[in-house]
Structures are given as C-alpha cells and as structure tokens.
Ligand binder design. Structure first.
Ligand code: MSP
Length: 536
C-alpha cells in the first residue's frame, strides 16, 4: 500500500544491448536495482522498477548480420530466449520491460528531438574521429592505446576502433557545460559514488564537444523526423527509454508521479552518457533531471576481465543452477562494495554459500524451529523476563534495522546486507552461548522459563531477519516467514522495514515448522566439480 511519499520511487537499470546472451556483469545491475525496488516496496512505497533492451545501432545490426537475420528478428529472438528469461533466473521483480523498438518509445524519441531541434539546439555539421562500435561511442585520440602492429584500441573493449567521418546532425552539448557543473554543485548526490562524481566534474570542467546525434550510413535506428535519410544515434535514442516508459508525452499524470527517477543504476563504463549527455538532453527539453545516477564497478571472473571470445563470460544460470537465485543475489550484493569493482570465483561463491547461508542462516533457522518442535511441540512459548543477553539482542536488532535502512538511502547495498548478515551471526552466537539443548535437560519451572525465553528470542530475531533479508533473499525470506509461523502477524510483503526492529511481534502460540532446509548443503562432488572448473 503506498505511503506518505506522493511520488513513486523510480529505479532503473541501463537497457541491455541485444547482441549476445546476458552475463553475470549485466545481471549485476539488474539484481542491485531489484534489491532497491524490493526494499522500497517493503517500506510501503509506490515503486516503479524499469529494465529493458537497447535494440538499435550498429552493434546490434552487426550481430544480426553475423547471424544472418534481420535486426528486428534478431532482437525479438534474443529478448524472448535470453533477456526476458534471465529476469526470472535472477528473480527480478521489474514492473515494466521496455524495448527501444516499441512504438511507445520510437514516437516519443522523434517528438523529443524535434522539440530540441525546433528550439535551436541541433545543427548540421561534419565530424571525423575514432569510433568504437562495442561502446557505440566516438573516442578521443588520447583515450586510445596501441595494440599489436600499432592498431589503436578502445580502452574498454580492447578492440580496434574505426575512423568515422560523416555529415550528421549535432546536439549543442558544449553550451550545457556550465549548467551541468552547477547541477553537480547544487545536487551533490546527482552522481554517486564520490569517485564517479569527481571523475565527471573533472571531465566537464575540460569543456565539452558537441555530440553527433544521427547516422546516415546505415538504417537500423529511429528515423530523424526532419531528415529521414538519417536515423538517430543509438545512445540518444536509448537514454530516452527512462522517460518514455514513465509516460513522457502520453500520460502526464503518470509522468508527474514517476519522474524524476530516484536512482538510475549504471556500470562505470557508461557513466558519462548518464551523468553528462543525459541531463543535458533533459535540460534542453525543459525536463527535470534524475535525482541520482549511481555508477557501480565492474565484475571480473577469477581476477580476469570477462570476455566472450575467451569464453570467460558466465551466464547467470550457470551459477543459479547450482546455488539457487537467492544465493546468487546474496553473493554479489553481500561481498562486493557497491560502487567498487568486484570479483567472482566458484571457490569464493561456494565458501560464502557454505559459511554464511548453509551453515549460517540455514542451520540457525533449522536449529531454532527444530528445538521449538522438540521441546514445545512446535508452538512458540511465551517468553519470561528478558535477561541481559536478550536485552543485547533487542538493542542490536533495533540498530541493525535502522542502519540497514539508512544504508539503502545511500545505495550502499552491501552495507545493508552485511548489517543483517552480521545480525544472523549475533543470533547464532546467542543460541550457542545459551545452549538451549542443555537448558532443556532442566525441567524445573525456571529451566522451562529460561528455555522458552531463549527460543522465543531466537525465533523473534529470525522474524526480523526475514523482513530485512527479504529484498536480497526473497524466496528464503518467504520460506523462513512461514517456517516461523509468522503468517499469524500478516503477509511478509506487508511488513515494513521501518518497524522490523521493534521487538515482540511474533506472537506466542505461533506454530513453527522445521520444513526443508533453506540452503541445502551442496554435495562434495558438486563442490569438487566447481573447484576443477575454477582451476583450483
Ligand atoms: N545499451 C547500453 C546501455 C544503454 S542505457 C540507456 C549498454 N548495454 S550493455 O548491455 O553493454 O551493458 C549494460 C550494463 O551491464 C552496463 O551497466 C554495464 O556496466 C553492465 N556490465 C556489463 N559487463 C559488466 C561487468 N563485467 N561487470 C559489471 N557490469 C557490467 O551499455
């Protein structure tokens, strides 16, 4: 149910090129956006979470040609067989999926640029320079590096650039430099994290070049309305997806509710498009800029850059098939500082799975529910007076809930997940120290009361973990919620993170069930196979 905020919490991922199947790199942005979306829903906010595909341009055209099909057929095929299914694979809860070949987008792109054209910010000119098709971007000669035989290579894709020379339409980007610098100063969270902000400010301070916004050497794009010999440059078409999906130009009520976006997540390689070109386009059209553009780092595999040609690109399903979608999400959100580069290895994945999920949360939940089953016939007992160790737990829980919620506002996703993970460790430590299995041997009234208090405290702490881990571990949290008999409080989706730290919500009398283990131990042969694959 929507709460106090009048506007929606709008979170976006970049739209993905339909050139190849997704990798864990692309899915990283999607999972992070999904965690933010689920967290904000759990706050009771009206959330709009958008993702989609980027289907025009030379890069997609090349991929289609290599596969001997039309670009539209190629895009349809990859969307249906890869880009939609991967959302289920990683358990993304997006509210919409936009494709840039959809009419709801193409018509708006034409209108948007016609407006800027008519306002005088578009002119005809000629440009020649090095172009990287993989980035779909003109490069500055100084950015390139020398490959074998002195061939100039793109610093991101390490592949040769082409020299592109064309008479095109240009957007007068350079005249927005001062307004952009004022934006970065007035709205310090516009570009985050701080390192990304500094990079963007330094870049714009050097002065900006105008941007070529059309192409006439190929036709796979949205026609420029005032000169149909040209199609729009893919980036200035693609960036508009964020407003076209929000109802720009068609549904002003929805647009007012959804726009500006609260968080636009991007990888650091596409930061300048989002933090420089995108706000300048919006300024030129008189549209508000997003509240925050957050650049995350790049993932490597086993310390190496992922590359399709070297077959080091991992499809998310390879990991999900073994560990499940929750563990997949947990690994990337918990172990990598959001905003810094990160690494995936099978070894590390299985170590985190075993220690934090199977032996950590999974084992704790199964011990607690099993003991309530064994000592109280599965009915949660009324706790007696709390003693110092329970009071510590109560206090720690209130702090963790507040800290995690505050971290999410800074898009410090790893901090939020880690705070909750640490609390799971605290509960585990509490149970180990209290030794309820020993207390159970004492069947005096005091012994029974002590046992009741300990098991209640552990179960009630797990109730909060289910709410606080729901965003990152949706399936596990739902299973835990039902194992705790917490449906007696209400559905998990209605539990507010803001209230999750308040002690005493799980009612005595609730029915606990042990159920299947939350994180089945992966058998030794499976781990051995993964180690072999990892070359360890
Ligand atoms: N189509 C453009 C985005 C247009 S948005 C208006 C694009 N697409 S992409 O498919 O190449 O990349 C999409 C996202 O995946 C980017 O945020 C990029 O940073 C991310 N990643 C691709 N490989 C990655 C890693 N190895 N690690 C982390 N993220 C990476 O760019």
């Amino acid at each position: 149910m929507p709460d106090q905020r009048e506007s929606a919490f709008y979170v976006t991922t970049p739209i993905y090129y339909v050139t190849a199947p997704p990798s864990i790199g692309n899915a990283y942005t999607t999972v992070a956006a999904d965690v933010l979306a689920r967290w904000h829903r759990q706050r009771g906010e009206d959330v709009v979470f958008l993702t989609g595909t980027d289907e025009h341009g030379q890069k997609v055209l090349e991929a289609a040609e290599q596969n001997g099909v039309s670009p539209q057929d190629w895009a349809d095929h990859l969307v249906a067989t890869e880009w939609m299914p991967v959302l289920d694979i990683v358990d993304a809860s997006n509210d919409d999926f936009i494709r840039t070949t959809e009419r709801r987008h193409t018509v708006r792109v034409q209108e948007f640029w016609q407006t800027i054209h008519d306002a005088g910010d578009v002119y005809e000119g000629t440009y020649e320079g090095p172009y990287c098709i993989a980035c779909e971007e003109f490069k500055l000669p100084a950015e390139l590096f020398d490959g074998p035989d002195g061939v100039k290579l793109c610093p991101i894709h390490e592949r040769p650039v082409e020299t592109l020379s064309e008479t095109n339409y240009f957007f007068a980007l350079s005249k927005y430099a001062d307004r952009l610098l004022a934006l970065y100063a007035d709205q310090p969270t516009f570009v985050q994290p701080e390192s990304a902000r500094n990079e963007v400010v330094a870049f714009v301070k050097q002065g900006l070049q105008d941007l070529s916004i059309s192409r006439s050497t190929f036709a796979w794009g949205i026609p420029v309305p005032w000169d149909t010999e040209h199609v729009f440059y893919v980036w200035i078409d693609a960036l508009l997806n964020y407003v076209t999906a929000a109802g720009f130009g068609t549904d002003s009520e929805r647009f007012d509710r959804v726009w500006p976006a609260d968080v636009q997540l991007v990888g650091k390689d596409i930061l300048r498009f989002h933090a420089v070109i995108w706000p300048a386009m919006l300024m030129a059209a008189g549209v508000e800029v997003p509240r925050r553009v957050f650049a995350h780092g790049w993932l490597q595999v086993g310390g190496q850059k992922m590359s399709k040609s070297k077959a080091t690109a991992i499809h998310p399903s390879e990991i999900v098939d073994t560990f499940g979608s929750d563990a997949y999400r947990y690994y990337f959100m918990r172990t990598i500082t959001f905003g810094s580069d990160g690494n995936f290895s099978w070894e590390h994945m299985s170590a985190v799975y075993m220690s934090e999920l199977a032996n950590g949360l999974g084992n704790l939940a199964s011990r607690v529910t099993a003991m309530v089953g064994k000592y109280f016939d599965g009915i949660l007992p009324e706790p007696a007076a709390l003693t110092a160790p329970e009071r510590e737990l109560v206090e720690k829980l209130a702090q963790v809930a507040a800290r995690a919620d505050e971290a999410i506002d800074r898009v410090a996703i790893h901090e939020a997940v880690t705070a909750v993970a640490d609390f799971v460790g605290t509960i585990n430590g509490y149970v180990t120290e209290q030794e309820p299995w020993r207390v159970a041997k004492d069947d005096s009234d005091e012994g029974r009361a002590r046992l009741a208090t300990t098991l209640y405290a552990a179960a009630e702490s797990l109730r909060a973990v289910a709410v606080l881990h729901h965003a990152v571990l949706p399936k596990t949290a739902a299973a835990l919620w039902s194992a705790l008999g917490a449906d007696a409080i209400g559905p998990l989706a209605d539990q507010r993170v803001q209230d999750s730290g308040r002690w005493g919500q799980l009612p005595a009398g609730a029915t606990l069930t042990k159920g299947a283990s939350l994180f089945p131990r992966i058998v030794d042969e499976e781990l051995a196979r993964l180690r072999v694959e990892a070359g360890a």
